[in-house]
Design a binder for this molecule. Structure first.
Ligand code: ADP
Ligand code: ZN
Length: 216
């Protein structure tokens, strides 16, 4: 089962990818995670991509494509994989077709207002990183982390206007890629406007309807 997960920032893609990865025993491959790890290690690749990642700019296609090619050739990808954060350009999508055959692209969708509400209500522990939501999952004591007692704050770039701007950028950047997969008949929209405990079973049912059964 070779899958690509796509969706705007804040839709919960990473959460869904880990859940499906666990359920099906296939690796969750996030190019963002790979780059962050290499930067932390200070590897030659890390040094090459550091500038781009720290500025939030796209890493050049040639580098990303090579990283993904090498990662997908590893033994643990034999039974399948979930790609998250790749492709981000048409060239990356075309290169992926040369590397392997993708079975399905899950395109997570939700109305903008829901994503904005979700992300802009997000508050996070400044010490341990635990995530809360002002309305849906506030800490027991206002402003204080349940886990570590640290101060719970709102991140500057989770403000509604900023989230909205990110969504616009996403749409502009991904429209051609979504179109590319739609034309190939590989794209399925997945309604992600509910909570993860509803969306995850929905994804599993969808995959089963395509004949992908989880191992028992
Ligand atoms: P974000 O949603 O903040 O971009 P990611 O974890 O997806 O977070 O990616 C972090 C950074 O890694 C990106 O800002 C970019 O610099 C780089 N990156 C990740 N995936 C790609 C890709 N497919 N093409 C180009 N750059 C990428
Ligand atoms: Zn904490």
């Amino acid at each position: 089962m070779r899958l690509v997960f796509m969706g705007p920032p804040g839709i919960g893609k990473g959460t869904y990818a880990s859940a499906v990865s666990k359920k099906y025993g296939i690796p969750h491959i996030s190019t963002g995670d790979i780059f962050r790890e290499e930067i932390k290690k200070g590897s030659p690749l890390g040094l090459k991509v550091k500038e781009y990642v720290s500025r939030g700019e796209l890493v050049p296609d040639d580098i990303v494509i090579e990283v993904v090619r090498r990662r997908l050739s590893r033994e643990d990808c034999k039974k399948g994989f979930i790609l998250d954060g790749y492709p981000r350009t048409l060239r990356q999508a075309e290169a992926l077709d040369e590397i392997t055959k993708i079975d399905l692209v899950l395109n997570f969708v939700a109305p903008d207002e829901i994503i904005i509400e979700r992300v802009s209500g997000r508050i996070i522990c400044s010490k341990c990183g635990a995530i809360y939501h002002e309305k849906w999952r506030p800490p027991r004591k206002p402003g204080v982390c349940d886990v570590c007692g640290g101060r719970v704050i709102k991140r500057e770039d989770d403000r509604p206007e900023v989230v909205k701007h990110r969504l616009e950028l996403y749409k502009r950047q991904f429209a051609p890629i979504i179109e590319y997969y739609r034309r190939k008949g590989l794209l399925v929209d997945v309604d992600a406007s509910d909570t993860a405990d509803v969306v995850i079973p929905r994804i599993i049912r969808l995959l089963e309807s395509y004949g992908f059964k989880p191992p028992r």
